[in-house]
Design a protein around this ligand. Structure first.
Ligand code: GDP
Ligand code: IMO
Ligand code: MG
Length: 421
């Protein structure tokens, strides 16, 4: 059995949570493989809305096992808040969620370091979510991290050593000794709460499931343009968000990867700093933001909006080996007379369709303009009802991207999803 991966092809917030929830009934298990509470995955069904940060979006379906893999970084306090609110909604989370012992813990001091590093960067700040993601992954790769499995070992000493090091760093950066007493007490309490969950060697668990013929869907967080190696560095997150991250973040071999679902919005958004070639600073950008409710699920920040960028999409499709495309939020463009798609970049007078090393300067997007469909798509139930201009738009994208669009989302609700034949 193979493991399928669903991941974002843009700068995050493509709608991963919604589609993972929709696809979960096809699978036995859903697993997160990277990122942490920087993610905000929104699901809507039966008139209710949920935002998940660390817990996989398969948690609401029919009792499928959900796994937090070793590649994830977990903040016990935020995890507890999220888990308790799910329990209140009637989800039997303690029985269906398993957590890798090798996942790293986000400490209160990691959040302080995140803020301190951002401040040091001044105008060049990344605009992180402030959840301590960068410092936690830095500790992991510099071999200073604290893992969930450590809570079952010599935890007090390991925690004290990590805290001491962070406080020295914070003192050096800010000149002050941080007061973490309150946050620390809450965090230590949440670590105990975490121990009520089944902490597993997820690499063994996942591979045994595959050997037994069970099907697994991996849920990406962030998006490929935020990948630490291939994204718009340094304005990226600190993990490998691309498909290869599912191998390292769960312990599955590359030859076990099956379908790769690449998800994108019919336009494009970005939160935080960094280059965005097709960004719209005009009324059209504002219209997309308003109609698409483009405000961050985690931080509430305004999302920057622009046209879909096919140069970037071809690049991320290549990096991930995407086998099926999923197009989200096309309904947001329902009222537009014309829609633009960036097909190439003009860099200093030279046209390129290859995503370049730097997208920071001297780059002008070259657009193809298509007629809008001017139809309310939100109530459409099958592709037979697609207006002609929408069919043409899909055919155009499939030709440009060379991968079939198999799912089209026309609204935030679980039901507003069209699976194409
Ligand atoms: P994720 O991080 O990739 O899971 O995406 P987010 O949840 O951060 O952002 C996607 C937003 O778009 C959420 O508010 C969803 O409820 C909403 N959404 C998802 N699909 C659609 C769609 O097809 N149409 C509209 N209008 N909204 C959608
Ligand atoms: P989901 O999973 C959109 C962005 C931040 C910032 C950069 C680094 O909901 O799609 P970090 O806190 O990771 O160090 O911030 O990455 N970012 C996201 N943008 N969606 C996300 O997650 C994001 N997670 C991080 O805004 O620019
Ligand atoms: Mg999000």
């Amino acid at each position: 059995m193979k493991i399928d991966v669903l991941l974002g092809l843009q700068w995050g917030d493509e709608g991963k949570g919604k589609v993972v929830d929709v696809l979960t009934p096809r699978y036995d298990v859903v697993a997160r493989f990277q990122g942490g509470p920087n993610a905000g995955h929104t699901l809507e069904f039966e008139g209710k809305k949920y935002v998940l940060r660390s817990i996989p979006s398969g948690i609401f379906q029919h009792g499928q096992v959900n796994i937090i893999g070793n590649g994830v970084v977990l903040d016990p306090v935020l995890f507890r808040e999220e888990a308790e609110s799910l329990e209140k909604s009637g989800v039997d989370i303690k029985h269906i969620l398993k957590i890798s012992k090798k996942a790293h813990l986000i400490m209160p001091t990691h959040r302080l370091l995140d803020a301190a590093y951002e401040k040091l960067k001044g105008d060049a700040k990344i605009g992180t979510t402030g959840k301590g993601i960068g410092p936690t992954y830095t500790d992991k790769t510099s071999r200073n991290g604290l893992r969930i499995g450590d809570t079952l070992l010599d935890f007090d000493n390991r925690y004290a050593a990590a805290k001491k090091r962070h406080i020295e760093l914070l003192k050096a950066i800010t000149g002050e000794t941080p007061d973490i007493a309150e946050a620390e007490a809450k965090w230590l309490d949440a670590v105990k709460y975490l121990q009520q969950y089944e902490l597993i060697d997820s690499e063994h668990y996942v591979n045994k499931l595959l050997a037994q013929g069970k099907s697994i869907l991996c849920e990406g967080a962030q998006g490929s343009l935020l990948d630490v190696d291939f994204g718009s560095y340094p304005f990226v997150t600190s993990s490998n968000t691309i498909c290869a991250g599912a191998c390292t973040g769960l312990g599955v071999a590359p030859n076990k990867i099956g379908d790769v679902f690449g998800i994108f919005k019919a336009y494009c958004t970005r939160v935080g700093s960094g280059p965005f070639p097709t960004e719209l600073h005009d009324e059209t950008g504002k219209k997309i933001r308003d109609l698409g409710h483009e405000y961050g699920a985690v931080t509430g920040r305004e999302r920057r909006c622009g046209w879909v960028d096919l140069v970037a999409l071809r690049y991320t499709i290549m990096l991930n080996g995407v086998t099926q495309l999923i197009m989200m939020k096309s309904d947001v463009l329902d009222s537009f007379d014309t829609i633009k798609a960036c097909v190439a970049y003009d860099i200093d007078g030279t046209t390129t369709t290859d995503f370049p090393y730097s997208i920071e300067s001297n780059l002008t997007p070259i657009y193809k303009e298509l007629p809008g469909w001017k139809t309310n798509m939100t109530t459409i139930k099958s592709e037979d009802e697609f207006p002609e201009n929408f069919k043409n738009y899909i055919a155009f994208l499939e030709k440009e991207l060379n991968v079939p669009i198999t799912i089209v989302s026309v609204g935030p609700d679980r039901e507003q999803t069209i699976i194409r034949k």
